[in-house]
Ligand binder design. Structure first.
Ligand code: GDP
Ligand code: MG
Length: 169
């Protein structure tokens, strides 16, 4: 089993991404999440994998992003909304927290710019997303939880990265 923690500011689409991945559906209304676990079995590179995905509440509401959750995670999805500049800059602090909780070694991580379907509302360019992923030393994907664009790729790519960096997993 692979434990994945999804992080990012309120409203960026964390719950929507997980719901699209785990249950292939999208809702217009999501309720503020406190914390929720989702299990999903996926076939990745011909191998059946069980993913345990933790949907965290937002940083604003839950300043005390639980250290336990951070140290438990084998891989991290850092999500911002392409339509909200502040959610992009918020991730610098989130990234610090992850590294503090996981010192030393490579931390499997993917940077996600969500809501790419809202083309006319875009505030963060693809170049800036790419730039931040260089700083984070991870890959960058632009997704739409609404349309399902790149959603599976986020989780499958992360599992591949966990497999590469965690001997025996
Ligand atoms: P969370 O607080 O990060 O869990 O964000 P939610 O998953 O609750 O999503 C917040 C709002 O954004 C909801 O109204 C969703 O329907 C909407 N939303 C999430 N992802 C997308 C997306 O990819 N495209 C569009 N257009 N709306 C989205
Ligand atoms: Mg949520």
């Amino acid at each position: 089993m692979y434990t994945i923690v999804v992080l990012g500011s309120r409203g960026v689409g964390k719950s929507a991404l997980i719901t699209q991945y785990a249950e292939n559906r999208f809702e217009e209304e999501y309720y503020p999440t406190i914390e929720d676990n989702f299990r999903k079995t996926d076939e990745i590179d011909g191998k059946s994998c069980l993913l345990d995905v933790l949907d965290t509440g937002s940083q604003e509401e839950h300043k005390s992003l639980r250290e336990g959750d951070l140290s438990r995670g084998q891989g991290f999805v850092l999500v911002f909304s392409l339509t909200q500049e502040s959610s992009f800059t918020d991730l610098l602090e989130t990234w610090d927290r992850v590294l503090q909780a996981r010192p030393g070694g490579e931390v499997p991580m993917v940077l996600v710019g969500n809501k790419c379907d809202l083309v006319s509302e875009r505030e963060v360019s693809e170049e800036r997303g790419e730039g931040l992923s260089v700083k984070f030393n991870c890959s960058y994907l632009e997704t739409s939880a609404r349309l399902g664009t790149n959603v599976h790729e986020v989780f499958r790519g992360l599992v591949r990265q966990i497999v590469r960096t965690t001997p025996g997993s």
